[in-house]
Design a protein around this ligand. Structure first.
Ligand SMILES: [Zn+2]
Length: 302
């Protein structure tokens, strides 16, 4: 075989192997059973939470691919023995919403007004055709309560942080908070300044979250934890905000900020990877975002 033929063959083999690896990763979901009524499903890209109620199943976030959404719906129904009555999107990012089309058209989909607005303005192409049937259709601004007989599910928009439209979910009877991406546990967060996210406001937003009643905390990314885990994360975002303010006050360049390296509350934090590929959500990224917000070096997109 000529060299170039060998090269093409090797490249195709590599691409095919990676495609198979990716599909296997996408299809792989692991279940953490917290109680007979409560489950966390972990897959490539993040966490989905499942609650069984007398009225049916509640699902929080749908991961990245329609295929994952379908598998999540099937898994949720298998674990609870009940149809999905409510799908909740904690915010607009694709790793929490793009699985929606795997759910049945007509499903109630809850989100904040800002989340729906971001989906339509920043991600319109993904919601054409039949996917449009699974756009959020139960919209609220500040708070929304669902009564499912034996379970009360409260959705609250506590303020800006990760974006300006995130909601958190409280499963009242199970004393559980589903924090979405307002909380990356032991991982560096994405900070979507362009969609109204804010390092500066994040800690006050978490004060509003911590005022709610819960013991257990399920983050958008990372392991299940408790109030202490969330408080530790709040210290991290508060320190980041302080670094940003100091940089602006002292007119520091981004390079100065990166070189001075003052961040101390990120011990044990790891960058998130997607099927083994790092997404660039690391220490340098969060410091840069803190600097960009404090110095106005970014542009709101919606
Ligand atoms: Zn996100």
């Amino acid at each position: 075989m000529k060299f170039w033929k060998k090269l093409i063959f090797a490249t195709l083999l590599l691409v095919a192997t990676f495609a198979i690896y990716l599909v296997l990763n996408i299809r792989s979901l692991s279940v953490e059973k917290i109680s007979d009524d409560l489950f966390v499903i972990r897959g490539i890209g993040g966490n989905t939470t499942i609650l069984k109620t007398d009225a049916g199943t509640v699902v929080v976030d749908s991961m990245t691919f329609r295929m994952q959404g379908t598998l999540l719906r099937e898994k949720a129904e298998e674990l609870t023995g009940r149809d999905v009555v409510l799908l909740i999107n904690t915010h607009y990012h694709l790793d929490h919403t793009h699985g929606n089309p795997g759910f049945k058209p007509g499903t109630q989909v809850a989100a904040t007004e800002r989340t729906l607005s971001h989906l339509k303005a920043l991600d319109a192409n993904s919601w054409q055709g039949d996917a449009a049937h699974l756009l959020p259709n139960e919209i609220f601004n500040d708070q929304r309560k669902f009564d499912f007989g034996n379970k009360t599910v409260t959705l609250i928009h506590p303020g800006a942080g990760h974006t300006d439209g995130d909601l958190v979910v409280v499963f009242e009877e199970d004393k559980t908070l589903v924090a979405g991406d307002l909380f990356f546990h032991k991982h560096y967060p994405n900070i979507d300044l362009e969609a109204g996210g804010s390092v500066q406001q994040w800690s006050a937003t978490l004060d509003n979250v911590l005022a709610l009643s819960f013991d257990r905390v399920i983050p958008g990314h990372g392991d299940t934890t408790d109030r202490a885990g969330l408080i530790a994360y709040q210290e991290f975002v508060a320190e980041l905000a302080e670094i940003g303010r100091r940089a602006a006050a002292n007119k520091l360049s981004l390079d100065d900020v990166l070189k001075t390296d003052q961040l101390e509350t990120d011990e044990g934090y790891e960058p998130i990877a997607f099927a083994g590929i790092p997404l660039g959500l690391d220490r340098e990224f969060v410091l840069r975002r803190a600097w960009e917000e404090s110095t106005g070096n970014f542009q709101i997109r919606n």
